[in-house]
Ligand binder design. Structure first.
Ligand code: ARG
Ligand code: ZN
Length: 854
């Protein structure tokens, strides 16, 4: 069944109050729910309470038990024909958390009981109108065995607890802020707490708690610091203050995605909480910081102002990603954060936008909402907010967000509400800009600069084109803000950095007082999420790679320089490689550049990104070309790589930006050193692997070794396994590093790892580490035999029976068949057909596989 945005109707009944009573037990939990229901407007419809797999044990209305003929179930939904306008409805159900392998609703993870309700998990716990525009005040009572579940947490503030004398105890929590049921949460278990406090700008004392297994307490310091920094940042940058006396975070090992912003009780995948130098890379530390911030920021962008319906998902997710990106930039390096975010956008969202699953930031329809927690909703959604912020400037943007929060506090809002608040509060004209919410597909902008020395003017002609996407054959021109500057190649200086608004299909901009041949720097800072094609020559790109003062544009010029060489190699029309080598040399010998930036700049574009630049992806040719260029850069600059590698080592561990930058550059140097083919390359990598006092260097050395066939490869993998076999998050790295390896025997290796005793379909992190990573390894997944496709399809079919949501996330790589040659495309389609033919397939996988085949 397809749900459409245009079908939205306000709820027939509201539920201002709910009381939940849980008798918790992994095998048999009883849930008693008491709802105060009120008819919303004039109608005589029945009360419909969503349910998924629930059977009512008892139903009472206004204290009276209903008989069998006074209610019925329709597709799991409980239908009660009520006559009055206000009633008290009580239901009792029984559920079995330990059998809940979907990890939606109430489930068991490593001895804990915990919940995940977004988007539609609450209906697996109790009967309720499971839609985000029904907001209720919650009172939650939990009863559980005291020794197995000494800690009982729920949303809001604790109000009562005590012993029941029979080995059980209870706790009551209330949340004063009305919220939709997707924000409900409870946790029960044997947890230890890293406790701290935060005083808000108006003086509220907030008790902070990060709850984990006792042994993991030392690994929670970074998350706690990130939380306090986030709280202070949201006050300073958005004027938003925390609003309860308690803020708790719980880490669980089995979780379908990153984390969840339940009011006052965030629940996290443990990989985004736990970090120490022994097991976490710098990237992991950044992930912890970013996700802690993201979930905290949802308290305003998501919880205080929530979504009217799931088509508005980007209202909270796009905005919150934008907020966490800026927070992380403020905590570290703006330049490097922007480069990383654009890389993520291009790798995930551009591919999505260019395939069968493309959808607008505000979709028009879905079968299964879980399939719409996508890079488009999150990351492209964040770019939309970023463009509005750019057009408004910081002060007006803040006025717009103030208006948005004040006007919609306590409400379930829409993307349109946000845009209107920006128009009024930030004084923007967003009539054409709204198309960004409606039209899918990545706009392509052609930029042609011409110069007239006689009049000392330059003319920039821009043309935009938005490719057709499923259901949207024809597109209208969009409003695209392009930050632009013209460089004078003689002086190295540039004129004014200005935001050009491209609003027509084709438009020209005139620049005056341009004496010398200018060089175009466009989409600086990646001001718009578009693909820009320029006619910049290799020397122009080399100039920008060496001189552009916008770090993103400088990085981009370097990448484009490399792309041109690589695509030239693949197409058999060579482009001079020396320019790339000289640009890399320039970057690594420039003392003015920050090490982290240099590491980004010298990195070759990924095989997948190169595929995106081609009409038809040729994975083998891409791999060969990239490998060869890497070898050349490695060999040509070998003494420099050796020097960097030696110079950046041996400092004692710190998380300062300088120390992180040094590690990043050191790893890049190691990578090129090994790629150069130097005889001692593997030995140097192995030494780094053995001697490192941190996971960033150890894992990078392991990854470098994993690509090759050296003796050191097996030795390092064995050592790593033996050292970390008992730590699930670090063991994930062992699986993932092998799944990402550029090794000719990769398919056999991944198949074998799939049979390893530590591989399990029950844990989403483990599945993503092996199968998710392998499907993102272009050369490996697309090996001509097609065995990679079969391997992933086998996993999807097996996992679908256990956890459809996580299974569905593995489908998109198979859906990219149109981008490949006929033989590969046929094999990919065959696997999609095989998946679709599986009896009892979930609607999650059905939607993704079905759309992928069309
Ligand atoms: N709201 C959560 C977050 O982004 C993610 C929830 C994902 N839910 C899902 N069904 N995929 O912070
Ligand atoms: Zn979110």
């Amino acid at each position: 069944a397809v749900i459409r945005r245009s079908d939205y109707r306000p709820p027939a009944w509201l539920v201002p109050d709910i009381e939940l009573d849980f008798a918790l037990d992994p095998a048999r939990t009883q849930v008693r729910a008491t709802l105060t229901v009120e008819r919303n407007g004039a109608h005589d419809g029945p009360l419909r309470l969503d349910g998924d797999g629930l059977v009512p044990v008892a139903i009472r209305v206004d204290g009276k038990v209903l008989k069998q003929d006074q209610w019925h179930l329709e597709d799991g939904t409980l239908v009660l024909p009520l006559c009055g306008d206000r009633h008290e409805v009580e239901t009792l159900v029984e559920i079995a958390p330990q059998d809940n392998s979907k990890l939606m609703g109430l489930y068991a993870s490593g001895g804990l009981l915990c919940t995940q309700c977004e988007a539609e998990g609450f209906r697996r716990i109790t009967f309720f109108p499971d839609r985000p525009d029904v907001l209720s005040r919650y009172r939650v009572r939990m009863v559980a065995d005291k020794s197995a579940y000494p800690i009982l947490l729920a949303n809001g503030d604790p109000v009562e607890s005590g012993d029941l004398g029979d080995g059980r105890h209870y706790a009551v929590w209330t949340d004063p802020y009305p919220k939709p049921c997707y924000l409900f949460a409870l946790v029960a278990g044997d947890l230890a707490c890293n406790a701290d406090r935060f005083v808000t700008m108006s003086g509220r004392q907030v008790r902070l708690g990060i709850w984990v297994k006792e042994a993991d307490i030392p690994r929670t310091a970074h998350a706690m610091q990130a939380l306090k920094n986030s709280m202070a940042w949201d006050e300073r940058v958005y004027g938003r203050e925390y609003d309860l006396d308690v803020f708790n975070i719980v880490a669980v090992d089995d979780f379908n995605f990153g984390a969840m912003e339940n009011k006052g009780l965030n629940i996290f995948n443990s990989r985004y909480i736990l970090a120490d130098p022994e097991t976490a890379t710098d990237l992991d530390y950044d992930g912890v910081e970013g996700v802690v911030a993201h979930e905290y920021f949802h308290n305003w962008s998501g919880n205080r102002v929530t979504c009217r319906d799931w088509f508005q998902l980007s209202l909270k997710e796009g905005f919150t990603v934008f907020r966490d990106q800026n927070f992380s930039a403020d905590m570290g390096s703006h330049a490097v954060k922007r480069i990383e975010d654009v890389r993520i956008l291009r790798a995930g969202q551009f591919q999505e936008d260019n395939g069968p699953l493309a959808h607008p930031v505000r979709p028009e329809s879905y079968m299964e909402i879980s399939n719409f927690y996508t890079a488009t909703i999150y990351n492209k959604g964040a770019e939309l907010i970023r463009m509005m912020a750019l057009m408004a400037g910081p002060e007006r943007f803040r006025a717009g967000t103030d208006l948005y929060f004040d006007r919609h506090d306590g409400e379930a809002a829409t993307c349109e509400d946000f845009v209107v608040a920006m128009e009024e509060g930030a004084d923007l004209d967003l009539r054409q800009f709204r198309l960004w919410y409606e039209q899918a597909g990545t706009p392509r902008v052609k930029a042609l600069l011409s110069h007239d020395p006689a009049t000392a003017t330059a003319t920039l002609t821009l043309e935009q084109q938005i490719p057709p996407t499923p259901g949207q054959p024809d597109k209208k021109p969009m409003a695209i803000p392009l930050r632009t500057a013209l460089f004078d190649s003689a002086t190295g200086a540039h004129g004014r950095d200005e935001v050009l608004m491209l609003t027509e299909a084709r438009q020209s901009f005139l620049f005056e007082n341009v004496a010398h041949g200018p060089i175009l720097s466009i989409n600086r800072g990646f001001s718009a999420p578009v693909i820009v094609e320029t006619n910049l020559s290799q020397p122009d790109l080399a100039f920008l790679a060496a001189h552009d003062d916008d770090p993103f544009a400088r990085y981009e010029a370097m990448q484009q320089l490399m792309v041109n060489v690589l695509i030239g190699r693949i197409a058999g029309s060579p482009v001079g490689e020396d320019a790339v080598i000289e640009a890399v040399r320039g970057a690594i010998t420039n003392p003015a550049l920050d090490a982290a930036f240099v590491a980004e700049a010298v990195r070759l574009p990924s095989e997948a990104y190169l595929g995106d630049q081609m009409e038809r992806v040729d994975p083998d040719a891409i791999h060969a070309a990239r490998d060869a260029l890497q070898q050349r850069i490695g060999a040509a600059l070998e003494p420099l790589w050796r020097d960097i590698h030696a110079r950046t080592g041996a400092a004692s561990f710190s998380l300062s930006p300088a120390a992180k930058g040094a590690r990043k550059l050191r790893n890049a140097a190691l990578h090129y050193l090994v790629a150069s083919g130097a005889a001692d390359g593997p030995a140097i990598a192995f030494a780094q692997f053995s001697e490192a006092d941190n996971m960033t260097e150890r894992q990078a050395a392991l990854a470098t070794l994993a690509n090759g066939g050296s003796e050191e490869r097996e030795a390092a993998l064995d050592i790593f396994y033996n050292r970390y076999a008992s730590d699930p998050l670090t063991l994930d790295k062992w699986f993932q590093t092998q799944a990402f390896a550029l090794h000719p025997a990769i398919v056999d290796q991944v198949a074998e790892l799939g049979r390893h005793k530590d591989f399990t379909l029950a844990n989403p992190n483990r599945v993503r580490a092996l199968i998710g990573a392998f499907a993102a390894n272009q050369w490996g997944f697309h090996q001509a035999s097609g065995r990679g496709y079969a391997l992933v399809a086998d996993c999807i079919v097996a996992l679908d029976r256990i956890n459809p949501q996580t299974a569905a996330r593995l489908v998109p790589p198979l859906g990219r068949w149109r981008r490949f040659d006929g033989a590969r495309a046929a094999m990919m389609r065959e696997q999609l057909q095989r998946i679709l033919a599986t009896p009892g397939l979930s609607k999650d996988v059905m939607e993704q596989a079905g759309k992928s085949l069309d």
